[in-house]
Design a protein. Structure first.
Length: 288
């Protein structure tokens, strides 16, 4: 395989998305770990998860290759440009996905492998086709996006608990303002692709801004739950409260200004909020 082909296959995996999946899985594992972290088990968890995430993204690009060719932000991907054939992408996508799932089942546990499989199924076979049919696809897409920290937790614990559900809820609610801000910024591009996202069917931004505020409001109390259930301490609680109020403030600005500048600030705020919150959570984890 030449370097050019390697870089094309790597691009199919959406490295930035896969990196986020790996980081949130790592946080879930660390929070679920009792005592000293099993480095080998953690490595197997992250590697298997990365393979499934990369394969899922590759299959998504295979299915949307014709749509990607119409959109400015995606027209230079390997499939629209012909740098890879659809057959090459399909074989690659399923190969690394299956390797990742088998690896998780054999080296971690079946529950974590099942969650990774569910993530793949939700994203590829539910979210991807719904994107062209309804704006509610954003809610469906937030499900696989919120599962990685749960997979990290089950890899460490081999069970599901209320803590894992709280991690899921935080990631689920965070994604909605994040995705709405992105779709607002690139609404013309998504319109060319035929995606009926909320900012497209709501050009005035009223419903979009209401949804952003509603989810920021819901995220605020949910983000405080780790301290309430004993997963984190008071430092996290105070930090999460400050971050949540600031995040809500950016959402309110979107509702007031209803323009691309406020949407861009919202997107950037979401990119700062999540790592800050997860960093506080890992820093102030309680021992249990």
């Amino acid at each position: 395989m030449t370097y050019g082909n390697f870089s094309n296959y790597l691009e199919l995996t959406k490295p930035r998305v896969t990196f986020l999946v790996v980081i949130t899985t790592l946080v879930g594992y660390y929070l679920g770990a009792r005592g000293e972290v099993d480095a080998l088990r953690l490595l197997c968890t992250l590697l298997g998860t990365a393979l499934v995430a990369g394969g899922t993204s590759a299959l998504n690009q295979y299915l949307e290759r014709d749509i990607d060719a119409k959109m400015t932000r995606t027209k230079n991907r390997p499939l629209p440009t012909g740098r890879l054939t659809p057959r090459q992408a399909l074989i690659f996508a399923y190969s690394i996905t299956l390797i990742g799932l088998i690896s998780l089942a054999l080296t971690v546990n079946l529950l974590t492998a099942a969650l990774a499989a569910a993530t793949h199924i939700f994203y590829v076979f539910m979210y991807t086709p719904l994107k062209q049919k309804t704006s509610l696809s954003t809610l469906v897409g937030a499900i696989p996006g919120a599962l990685p920290p749960v997979g990290g937790w089950t890899a460490a614990r081999n069970d599901l608990g209320v803590e894992a559900l709280v991690l899921f809820a935080i990631l689920f609610l965070w994604q909605l303002p994040h995705v709405l801000a992105i779709s607002w910024l690139y609404s013309e591009d998504y319109k060319r692709g035929g995606f009926p996202l909320l900012p497209i069917i709501d050009p005035q931004g009223r419903s979009t801004s209401r949804q952003i505020i509603a989810n920021c409001l819901a995220l605020l109390p949910v983000s405080l739950l780790p301290t309430i259930i004993g997963l984190a301490g008071p430092v996290y609680f105070i930090g999460a409260l400050i971050l949540g109020l600031a995040f809500l403030g950016f959402g309110i600005l979107v509702a007031i200004e209803k323009n691309n500048l406020s949407a861009r600030r919202m997107m950037l705020a979401s990119l700062a909020y999540l790592p800050a919150l997860l960093g506080l959570l890992t820093f102030d984890k309680t021992s249990f």
